[in-house]
Design a binder for this molecule. Sequence first.
Ligand SMILES: [Zn+2]
Length: 285
Amino acid sequence: MEISLQQDNEKAVLELIRSGRLPHTIILEGGEKDERDSAALLLAAGAVCREANPPCLSCNPCRKVLDGIHPDVFRPEPSKNLKSGILSLKDLRDSYLSQMSVRPNEADCKVYLFSDADKLLREDSQNALLKTIEEPPQSLYFIFTVQSAKSLLLTVRSRAHVMTLHREDIRDEDTEATAAQLIDGIVSLYEYDLLHTLYTLSDKARLEETLCVFTEKLRQALSFYSGVMTDDPSVKKLTRKLDRRRVIALIEITNEAVNRLKTNVDIQLLTTWLSSQYRRITWQK
Ligand SMILES: [Zn+2]
C-alpha cells in the first residue's frame, strides 16, 4: 500500500516513532480513512524497522509491512461467518490473543493493527484486550484506527496514546465548492438541482460543514444589502435573486437544520425537508 499522508500528519507520526518511546497502544483518530490507515502502516513500519531513522520505508522489513506480508504485523479482519464487519470474540481469542505471548518471527516485536476498530471490536472484544493493553509486554504494539476515539471504551482509551490526524485543507475548498453549488440549487428553477446537491451530502459532518459555510455566505449577503461589497460570485448570485427578508429566512431555517443535525435525525429526511423549506422561502410570493 502507498503511504499517503498530509505533511503535518506525517511529521507528527514520525516524531512519535523517532522519539524512541513509541507507546505500546496507540489510537489514531480523525482525518480520512486512508490517512488513518497510512499512519498506522507508518507506525507499524517504525516499530519493526532497524535502520537509523525508522521507518526508512526501503529496508526489507519496511517493504514487507507496506506489502502487507510482514509475519509480525497482524491486521485482524472481520470474522467470515459474520456479515457485519465484526471480529467475533472467539476468533479474537483463537487467532490472536492466544498467540500474543509467542515470540516474534523476524522483528523484535509484534504489531496488531485494528483498522476501524470501533466496528471490528465489540465491547466484549475490547474488554478481552484490556488486560494485555494494561500491561503490554515490551514486544507488543497495538494500533487502533477510528473516526473518533470516543467510539472505543473509555477503559481502552485511557490506556492508549490518542493521536488526532488533521483534516486536509483541500476539504475546505471542497466545502466551499459544495456551498456554492447549494446556492446554485437554491436559485435554480429546477428543484432537482437543489435536491441533487443536498443528496450528495449524506455524511452528517460534511452536511454540517457545508451548511456553516453556506450560512457565512448568507451573512455576507446581508452585509451586501447594508452596503458592504463582496467579491464572492456565489454571494452576488444570491443577492441578485433574493431580497433581505428571504435571506434572513434562509439563515433561520439553516440554523434549525444544523440544530436538528445534532439530534439523532435521519439525514435523508432532513435534507428532503431542508430542500422543501429552501424552495418555499425562495419562491413564495
Ligand atoms: Zn526500514
